[in-house]
Unconditional design. Structure first.
Length: 127
């Protein structure tokens, strides 16, 4: 395990989405005080997670967001994570995810977590 520079912390949480449950599209922008937004790593522990990030779709997606909310999902590059696989999302990157048919268990590791600073594509989502 590495040692973090003074003043730096890493946060961790477990996410347990139900089958096909979707986390709305959002990003972690630079904060008003100038500090970078959150960088986060998703590590799949159980099930399957369909993570979508900014970029062009390489192949047609294997899952879709809720039909009534399609206009609020613009990230199209799909990364499928199986148990033991992980992916890191850089700050200020639009992303959303959906659990597979069994649901999922995801460990999320992040830098300088501040969920109140998240910006959602769907303006109806409030923290």
């Amino acid at each position: 395990m590495g040692i973090l520079p003074k003043g730096k912390t890493t946060h961790a949480k477990e996410l347990v989405p139900f089958p096909y449950q979707t986390c709305p599209e959002h990003k972690h922008p630079r904060r008003k005080d100038g500090t970078p937004g959150k960088q986060e790593t998703f590590r799949c522990r159980f099930g399957r997670i369909h993570l979508f990030v900014e970029g062009e779709a390489i192949v047609p997606p294997t899952v879709l967001p809720p039909v009534e909310d399609l206009e609020y999902y613009t990230a199209q590059k799909e990364i499928i994570l199986h148990p033991g696989e992980q992916y890191t999302i850089e700050p200020d990157t639009l992303h959303w995810f959906q659990a597979g048919e069994l649901g999922a268990i995801i460990s999320e590791f992040s830098s300088n977590s501040d969920d109140a600073s998240d910006v959602f594509t769907d303006v109806r989502v409030k923290r």
